[in-house]
Design a protein around this ligand. Sequence first.
Ligand code: ADP
Length: 458
Amino acid sequence: FGGVEKEPSMHIVHVAVEMAPIAKVGGLGDVVTGLSRAVQDMNHNVDIILPKYDCITLSNVRDLQFHKSYSWAGTEIKVWSGKVEGLNVYYLEPQNGLFWVGCIYGHRNDRDRFGFFSHAALEFLVQSGLDPDIIHCHDWCTAPVSWLFKEHYMHHGLSKANVVFTIHNLEFGADLIGKAMAFSDKVTTVSPTYSQEVSGNPIIAPHGSKFHGILNGINADIWDPYNDEFIPVSYTSENVVEGKRAAKEALQQRLGLKRADLPLVGIITRLTHQKGIDLIKHAIWRTLECNGQVVLLGTAPDPRIQNDFVNLANQLHSSHNDLARLCLTYDEPLSHLIYAGSDFILVPSIFEPCGLTQLTAMRYGSIPVVRKTGGLRDTVFDVDHDKERAEALGVETNGFNFNGADADGVDYGLNRAISAWYDKREWFNSLSKRIMEQDWSWNRPALDYLELYRAARK
Ligand code: ADP
């Protein structure tokens, strides 16, 4: 419309060590793909630079081809190109074998491997004349991009660019993250509340003025109950009750649970301190006391914790065989069926930078019951207590939350949730329909990132 100037399109290059679905370990991989897709759909030009690991899932790469090769730091680096989810990706393959080790992380020289990659990526940008507007790097692994750029490359061949750095997890590589904060034009983390929670951290505090929280979104193509091969009946908010009933039956049948006439609480998580292990255990027993069923899907990287849950599973499977199932594996198809077949998804995290499971739950019409921390606070608005806070942000209330990181906290959330299922079924069903209609995709966060990119260029 007259008077509104069209924003010029930007060229953004992500330098990252994960990308879903070809090289994914956690949320970082999802963000790189989801954000890039959304920004590209808004008519900007996006490229991704990734190491060419020997463990990349090549079946998800289209038109893989040799692009060029260059010498750097005494080794030849072969560059490949190929599309992933419609995105242009360059894969760097140094012939010194740094990425031929069968895994993404977990090598004793990870710092050297990713330091080398960060440097090689900037070198590739110069050698190929790409000259982007924004170089976006992520977590400690590609933190070196920020200072290598400011100390060298911005004076030698990449004159146009500004650097944006995103912190997905502050727990690893704090020294590198601190340095990247100093050398980046803008720094983000993955939710506004988490950004406030960590703002006093001595790594973050000195750079507060360029630090922003932007929520993650979920990939609405992958998580779509209308088009999901892992659930029995496709559904939208229009037939959510029927769709979820069929999914619940299929889930119960698959796991050998009986009694469809009970509320089902689902938990899908890494079993680590961050995720509130003691609260999860308490919630399982509390749900059973409240006449509910529980399905947990999760794995513990720490073998002691895994073993602890194996014992709990054995105990529950003998005392409450019809009512509780703990699946201590990683199983993506099963996770889809749990999101669809549960009445509630419980997320009692001690801290949570953003959290994706509560967003996916809502997409499938499952009511989130969460601890009010980090990104969980920014996305789940309590039906009893957060009406004003939700209205101020233009969303409707959508779940149950609790503050305390203790048994009383969990009980407060769960009791209200389960009572609503028993006593106010019609209201409960309308809530389920309403949350399915909320938009937790990348549409909105991508606009926030574009605004940040523009601000970085001023
Ligand atoms: P984090 O990245 O801290 O683990 P998020 O909530 O951001 O937590 O993302 C977790 C993602 O991993 C979600 O998509 C969830 O569905 C998935 N997930 C976690 N555990 C499992 C599991 N055992 N099997 C399948 N998917 C899982």
